[in-house]
Design a protein. Structure first.
Length: 389
């Protein structure tokens, strides 16, 4: 079957690794697992279920993502990174105990109005004030922050102290000079605030967490690294001590012999230079496998790397198994997994790893597995049972 497998043991391994790394530098740092965009294609509700109470926070982009988690019974604190957009959203943030980023003046106005209309409501909203330290996406200018804090301090429906958040623009390039500048700017903002009103501070996501130990502060916000995928071009997760959590799998649905000179697929962009056997695989760009992938990009079949040939179509792609191949219809095909890093496929499609995982479509089922489910593992019960047969 064509599907995604998510390995919970690998996920927990990565969480342990990241916690260990942080604790070496800043023992009290909390971990916010970023599970926006359906947990980067890994299934947000299940990932949240497995990590509930094991991480300190969940981070999502939008309120509806947070509401789904609360309705599932997730207890862990949740921060909505995009913040609230309306007063009716504000009511839901408070009702479901969801924390919000606040990043512009329009939100402060809405907060003040909501305050007036909800004076009898004693529930409070926890907020993370976002400062734009140089990315120029969301956030107040650094010099605005003291007055934002002053204003929020006077609102009784806002939980005190107030937290502070910012985000790096180029942390995936450790040598980039903007990193230092953003970090210094964050420091200056902290210094401009009265200590008693300032709560937690958080700056790094995955790449900063792997390269900027001085910037851990009170909380790290790993997304991509938690899933065992490297945010750095030219580095795989293995090099970082992480395990790729996701395996994308399919199977051979047809095998066909062709002659020298036969062209295959849409546009006939690949022509065989020899007699060979083609394998037709039941996965395509309609599942999220990149149509952009280079000719001869590898898939893994029966332990061999086999090249993709011709254009990837919506529901299928074709590989060149070789003239003497013994592979059969039904054999498993790995498009990416621990033995075939997704970073490699990203490189060969000129796409980011972030885009590859988030563009997987709803047609793919997600199975949650453990190491012991892997039939290649030694000491595995089902492996032993098969030996005895
Ligand atoms: C998406 C996001 C993260 C996680 O980024 P990764 O590079 O996947 O670790 C952290 N913080 C914010 C504000 C984000 O938007």
């Amino acid at each position: 079957m064509t599907k995604i497998e998510v390995n919970i043991d690998a996920l927990e391994h990565n969480l342990r690794q990241l916690r260990q790394k942080v604790n070496q530098h800043h023992a009290s740092s909390l971990v916010m697992a970023i599970i926006k965009a359906n947990a980067y294609g890994h299934g947000a509700l299940n990932v949240a279920h497995f990590l509930d109470q094991k991480v300190d926070y969940f981070g999502v982009a939008r309120l509806d993502e947070a509401l789904k988690l609360r309705k599932l019974g997730i207890q862990t604190p949740i921060l909505v990174l995009g913040g609230f957009f309306s007063e009716s959203e504000l009511t839901q943030f408070v009702e479901y105990n969801i924390e919000s980023v606040i990043h512009d003046d329009a939100q402060i106005k809405k907060l003040q109005n909501w305050q007036k209309e909800n004076q009898e409501n004693r529930s409070k909203l926890s907020v993370w004030v976002k400062v734009d330290t140089g990315m120029h996406r969301l956030g107040f200018d650094p010099e605005q922050i003291p007055s934002v804090f002053e204003t929020l301090k006077t609102l009784p429906n806002i939980e005190k102290p107030l937290h502070l958040i910012s985000h790096f623009a180029n942390a995936d390039q450790p040598e980039n000079s903007l990193n230092q500048k953003q970090h210094q700017c964050f420091e200056a903002v902290i210094a401009s605030l009265p200590k008693e009103i300032l709560g937690k501070k958080t700056l790094v996501a995955s790449s900063g967490l792997l390269t900027l130990p001085d910037a851990y502060y009170d909380m790290i916000r790993p997304g991509i690294a938690l899933y065992g995928i490297s945010p750095f071009t030219g580095k795989t997760s293995k090099m970082l001590g992480l395990r790729q959590v996701m395996t994308l799998k399919s199977h051979i649905i047809a095998i066909k012999s062709i002659q020298k000179g036969d062209a295959i697929g849409y546009g006939s962009i690949w022509t065989s230079t020899k007699m060979t056997q083609l394998g037709v695989i039941a996965i395509g760009y309609g599942d999220g496998y990149p149509r952009e992938v280079a000719q001869n990009a590898p898939v893994l079949i029966n332990g061999r790397f086999i090249p993709v040939v011709g254009r990837v179509s919506m529901d299928m792609l074709v590989v060149d198994l070789g003239a003497n191949a013994q592979d059969k219809v039904g054999d498993e095909v790995i498009l990416w997994g621990e033995e075939l890093p997704i970073e490699r496929i990203a490189e060969l499609s000129k796409l980011s790893v972030y885009e590859l995982v988030t563009r997987l479509t709803g047609r793919l089922e997600i199975d949650y597995v453990y190491d012991k489910d892997n039939h290649n593992c030694k000491n595995d019960k089902s492996f032993n049972e098969r030996e005895e047969e």
